[in-house]
Ligand binder design. Structure first.
Ligand code: 5GP
Length: 107
């Protein structure tokens, strides 16, 4: 059974894609914690981030870094916060959250 994120990768479900490479995808979170909240995923479906193969893991973080730099310029913010939670969707992902202060997020 593919995850919601695999369905986004395949185009079965819509998403607002902000960046894409052969192996990774970045798209807006459907329920953002702040304006411009982005999720960065490997296209390959692996539930737990620490089970991801080393090369995919390294590539994911490098891709997230590139997306974060662009995001920081595109959205007014002091910095782009980064988080790994992975409770709701069993498909490895990194949250990028543009922030101006801690009040921006409401965990
Ligand atoms: P986590 O798994 O890290 O706890 O959170 C999963 C994140 O995925 C949440 O921030 C949630 O809003 C987001 N999300 C869940 N379903 C969808 C969806 O169908 N589309 C998009 N763009 N984001 C989703």
């Amino acid at each position: 059974m593919p995850t919601i994120f695999s369905k986004i990768v395949s185009g079965e479900l819509p998403a607002y894609v902000v960046a894409e490479s052969n192996d990774y995808l970045a798209f807006l979170d459907i329920n953002p914690l702040a304006q411009g909240h982005v999720l960065v995923i490997p296209k390959i479906e692996v539930d737990y981030i620490f089970d991801v193969e080393d090369d995919v893991y390294a590539g994911l973080w490098l891709f997230a870094k590139i997306v974060a730099k662009g995001l920081g310029k595109a959205v007014p913010c002091t910095r782009v916060g980064i988080a790994v939670i992975g409770i709701e969707v069993p498909h490895t992902h990194i949250h990028l959250i543009p922030l101006n202060s801690v009040q921006d997020i409401n965990f």
